[in-house]
Design a binder for this molecule. Structure first.
Ligand SMILES: [Zn+2]
Length: 351
C-alpha cells in the first residue's frame, strides 16, 4: 500500500512535468505551477511517524501504561499529546536512550490488518490505540517484536531510517503531557546546538555542567531572597526617612530615595494614604533612571494630573489614577521636579 502511494506520487510528478514542457512555460497556469511546487516539496513523514511509535513504545515500557491522544508531524519534527500519570526528566532521558537503541538495531516495521480492535488486542495485548477513534477494520503497525500501535499513517520500512530521536520540549496541561521531538539530521543539529548552549551557560555562570542545575536553583533562591530584602528595606525607607510637614489637616511627605523598588514604594504609599489623609511626593533614582511618584488621599490633589503636569514640565511622562501615579523623567531635573510638585500640592490645598 505504501509503495503504491509513493508510486502514485512519483507518477503525478512525472505527468505534471511533462504537461509543463508540452504547453510551454509561457502558457502554464498558476494551478500547474502550484501542483508541481507541491509535488516537489512533498516529503514523506514516515521517519517522524516511526520515531513517535518507537519513543512511545519506550515510554510505555517505563511507565507501565500511557495513552497517546494526538500526534502532529512536520518535516524532521513531531509532537505527541500523551495521557500519563506523571513524567519526569529522568524517565524521558531513559526513554530516549532506549528509543535510540531500538532505532539503531534496525528493526523492521511491519503492518497487520484486523477486522476489529478487539481482534487486534487479542493478538497484541500491549497494543496502543485511540479506542474512541477506531471503528471497524484496524491497521496495526509493528516495530518488529518491540511495539504495536494502531495507526493509519505512513512509516519507514526499517527503524534505522529514523537516524536519531531527540525530545526538544515537554509541557504539562491537566493530565496530559505534550512531548515535542525531532528525528534524523534535524535532531542531530539540535543536539549539537543544545550541547553548545549548555557549555556556554556553564562558562557564563562559572559552574561545571554537572553542577549547572544546582547553581541555577541556588541563584534563583538567592534572587528571591534579595527581592524580599529590597522590598523590606524599601518599605522601611518610605516609612522613616521622608520629610513630613503638616499642611492644615493633611500630612505631606516628600523625599528622594535611591535604589528602591518602585513597586514596593507604590504598594507602601497605597497603604499609608489609606490609613490617614495624606499626600506623598517621592523621587526615585537608580543608575540614571528617575521616577516621581505621587500618592494622595486628599480629593484636592489628584495624583495622575499632578504627575502628568510635572513630568511634562521636565521632559518626562507618566500616568496613573487619582490616588497613585508614577512618571519618569531625566535625572537632571528630579530635584526641581520634586520642588515643583510640592508647590503644586500647596497651591491645590489653599484653593
Ligand atoms: Zn504511525
Amino acid at each position: 500500500m505504501r509503495k503504491l502511494k509513493i508510486k502514485m506520487k512519483k507518477d503525478l510528478l512525472l505527468i505534471s512535468v511533462s504537461v509543463l514542457f508540452r504547453v510551454g512555460l509561457r502558457y502554464v497556469s498558476n494551478d500547474y505551477v502550484k501542483l508541481i511546487t507541491c509535488c516537489l516539496k512533498y516529503k514523506s513523514l514516515g521517519k517522524e511517524h516511526t520515531g513517535e511509535h518507537v519513543l512511545m513504545g519506550c515510554l510505555q515500557r517505563i511507565k507501565g501504561s500511557l495513552k497517546v491522544r494526538k500526534v502532529e508531524f512536520s518535516e524532521g519534527t513531531g509532537s505527541v499529546i500523551v495521557e500519563v500519570d506523571s513524567l519526569n526528566f529522568n524517565e524521558l532521558a531513559e526513554a530516549q536512550v532506549m528509543a535510540n537503541r531500538v532505532i539503531s538495531e534496525g528493526r523492521v516495521v511491519k503492518e497487520h490488518f484486523f477486522n476489529s480492535l478487539e481482534d487486534a488486542q487479542k493478538t497484541f495485548p500491549s497494543l496502543r490505540a485511540h479506542e474512541e477513534r477506531i471503528k471497524g477494520r484496524v491497521r496495526v503497525v509493528e516495530i518488529d517484536g518491540f511495539d504495536y500501535s494502531a495507526c493509519s499513517g505512513e512509516h519507514v520500512g526499517n527503524t534505522r531510517e529514523c537516524g536519531i530521536i531527540l525530545v526538544t520540549h515537554v509541557s504539562k496541561s491537566g493530565g496530559e503531557y505534550r512531548i515535542d521531538f525531532e528525528v534524523g539530521e534535524k535532531a542531530l543539529e539540535t543536539a549539537v546546538r543544545l550541547s553548545t548552549l549548555c557549555l556556554s551557560v556553564s562558562s557564563i555562570l562559572g559552574s561545571p555542567i554537572r553542577n549547572l542545575e544546582k547553581t541555577v536553583i541556588n541563584m534563583r533562591m538567592e534572587n528571591e531572597d534579595m527581592k524580599r530584602r529590597l522590598s523590606a528595606a524599601t518599605e522601611q525607607l518610605v516609612n522613616n526617612i521622608l520629610s513630613k510637614t503638616v499642611l492644615g489637616e493633611v500630612e505631606f511627605h516628600k523625599g528622594l530615595l535611591k535604589g528602591v523598588d518602585t513597586r514596593t514604594v507604590m504598594k507602601t504609599v497605597g497603604e499609608l494614604i489609606s490609613r490617614s489623609r495624606s499626600i506623598y511626593v517621592i523621587g526615585m533614582e537608580w543608575f540614571g533612571v528617575c521616577n516621581i511618584l505621587v500618592g494622595s488621599s486628599d480629593g484636592r490633589v489628584k495624583a495622575a494630573e499632578l504627575v502628568r503636569g510635572v513630568c511634562k514640565a521636565f521632559n518626562g511622562k507618566g500616568g496613573g489614577d487619582e490616588k497613585i501615579a508614577v512618571g519618569s523623567l531625566p535625572c537632571g531635573g528630579i530635584g526641581e521636579a520634586l520642588e515643583e510638585a510640592e508647590k503644586r500640592v500647596r497651591n491645590a490645598l489653599t484653593k
